[in-house]
Write a protein that binds this ligand. Structure first.
Ligand SMILES: *Cc1c(COP(=O)(O)O)cnc(C)c1O
Length: 235
């Protein structure tokens, strides 16, 4: 077996155990948490190996890269888009992924809705929250979220399914906890409002360095790249 396959197998086993432990510590079960493999820069061969090993959600970041790989990918995994999406690329991705996790503006949600309508489909979306108020990051500020949710709930062709975030890069995985807690509160507050056409099912947070902490704070989708596939090589 290829070396990259063997190290994937070892990494996957360890991550599964960590997810299970964190889920149980937060009063849930392993099945309550979705492990999404963040597959940017990973070859279709290795992605397909991951899928045949049990990974059932994959997420790509770049439209161009997704399009170049999509025909080679096993259809046995749910496909999400998790990267920054530019308006002119929306037409290339709508209908090809089950969920767009990284919706950072109402305008973008409207465009996804319009193109979904034209295809006769409804696209699931998450709203990205810029929880650390970072200037170089996209996403809604928490103060803008309420109004955005109300506006998005009225758009045909999209269904709001939850929230997603990437907290500021921290030196220590524990530093992300206050941001995760803040996200969980936003998630629960909005879930309890039971807004029409909104189904607050998913809170997508936690990556390689902090997924256990994210799960303990209430995340139910973790997006993991490096810890599964090894360090990325961008050439
Ligand atoms: C790359 C990426 C991840 C995974 O990051 P790792 O630190 O490699 O686990 C998660 N979410 C998004 C949006 C990403 O772009």
């Amino acid at each position: 077996m290829e070396k990259s396959f063997i190290s994937f197998n070892e990494n996957y086993k360890e991550i599964e155990e960590n997810i299970k432990k964190a889920a149980e510590k937060s009063g849930r079960r392993r099945e309550d948490i979705i492990l999404l493999a963040a597959t940017k820069t990973v070859s279709p061969e290795l992605i397909n190996h991951a899928i045949s090993s049990g990974i059932n959600y994959i997420g790509e970041n770049r439209v161009q890269e997704f399009l170049s790989k999509e025909d080679a990918l096993s259809t046995d995994a749910h496909r999400h888009f998790i990267g920054h999406l530019q308006s002119n690329k929306v037409k290339d991705i709508v209908g090809k992924v089950e969920m767009i996790q990284s919706v950072h503006s109402v305008k973008l949600a409207k465009l996804i809705g319009k193109l979904s309508n034209e295809k006769g489909i409804v696209t699931d979306i998450l709203l990205e929250v810029n929880i650390g108020k970072e200037e170089n990051k996209s996403g809604f500020l928490k103060e803008e979220l309420q109004q955005a949710i109300e506006e998005v709930s009225k758009i045909e062709g999209v269904k709001l399914r939850g929230l997603m975030t990437i907290p500021p890069v921290c030196e220590n995985s524990c530093d992300a906890i206050p941001f995760f807690e803040e996200m969980y509160k936003l998630f629960i507050d909005n879930r309890d409002k039971k807004i029409d056409n909104v189904s607050m099912d998913y809170l997508s947070m936690g990556m390689s360095s902090d997924y256990a902490e994210a799960i303990m704070c209430g995340s139910n989708i973790v997006r993991i790249g490096t810890s599964l596939f090894g360090a990325r090589n961008y050439n």
